[in-house]
Design a protein around this ligand. Structure first.
Ligand SMILES: [Zn+2]
Length: 271
């Protein structure tokens, strides 16, 4: 009976995934930097690599929405749930290489005196990314946060001034300076700042470990602790921090894994 239950749940999940825009689950793309939708039996805590993951409920079926870090290896992995281990598979994915020339060399090879600031800012962002705020059903059906063209896709293996650096952990949308940025879904502002690499930055907590990040802004129009609605104006596109031109770097994090923002875009917003 249990196996039958499982296959019925799986069938429900497949059907849900097929009509994704209607119920608003992100896209199932179980690769490094992607998302695994894993059927589970209840909405009690489920952990991946020791971190609590989002659980979405739709018509009596529970689905864990698991962020897979870009650095993760492919293979079979487990969620730890109250009912035991639930297996899911991570497939292999090769991302393309991108070479960029940054004029401000200090942003590629920071000075010794920059390191304290960089470490402090990383800790601040890490605290935000690790936060799990209980929200019954976070909105995962995102609008594109600004009008522009995708200038750099997620996951690219980056070579800056001939030196290998961390892969591209967000989606870049090129737009002219001053173009408005809007929150893609409801949430609470959890951090704002002028960061060494990211420039003027805003982080929004949408609940259940889903955090979005906006970088290189020319101005910030929100404050920490403020609640924002879907579509609310949060600031403007700029070229602060480490950039080659005006653009929005848009990051999406789930269970502290930076994942492809494109997986959350509703059909109307897909660039
Ligand atoms: Zn970027």
């Amino acid at each position: 009976m249990r196996n039958q239950d499982c296959s019925i749940k799986y069938l429900v999940l497949v059907l849900l995934a097929l009509c994704q825009p209607a119920i608003g689950l992100p896209e199932h793309d179980p690769v490094p930097g992607g998302i695994a939708l894993v059927p589970v039996n209840s909405d009690t805590n489920a952990l991946f690599d020791g971190r609590r993951v989002m659980i979405s409920e739709s018509e009596g079926a529970y689905v864990a929405v698991v962020g897979i870090p870009l650095s993760h290896s492919p293979g079979a992995f487990y969620l730890d749930t109250a009912e035991g281990k639930v297996q899911f598979k991570v497939k292999e994915k090769q991302y393309e290489e991108q070479r960029l020339t940054i004029q401000n060399k200090r942003k590629v090879n920071p000075y010794a005196q920059d390191m304290e600031r960089i470490t402090r800012e990383r800790a601040e962002m890490d605290t935000a990314f690790n936060h799990f705020r209980p929200v019954k059903r976070p909105d995962t059906d995102f609008d594109l946060p600004t009008e522009g063209i995708v200038s750099s896709s997620f996951g690219l293996r980056r070579i800056l001034n001939d030196q290998p650096r961390s892969p591209h952990s967000g989606l870049d949308i090129a737009a002219s300076e001053g173009t408005r940025i809007r929150s893609p879904a409801a949430g609470i502002i959890v951090a704002t700042g002028d960061y060494f690499f990211n420039g003027n930055t805003v982080l929004i907590d949408h609940g259940q470990g889903l955090i979005t990040m906006y970088c290189h802004m020319s101005s910030i129009r929100v404050e920490v602790g403020q609640a924002v609605n879907k579509g609310q104006y949060i600031g403007d596109v700029g070229m602060t921090g480490r950039v080659t031109g005006a653009h929005l770097h848009w990051g999406v994090s789930l269970n502290n894994a930076r994942v492809n923002p494109g997986l959350f875009l509703n059909q109307a917003s897909t660039p």
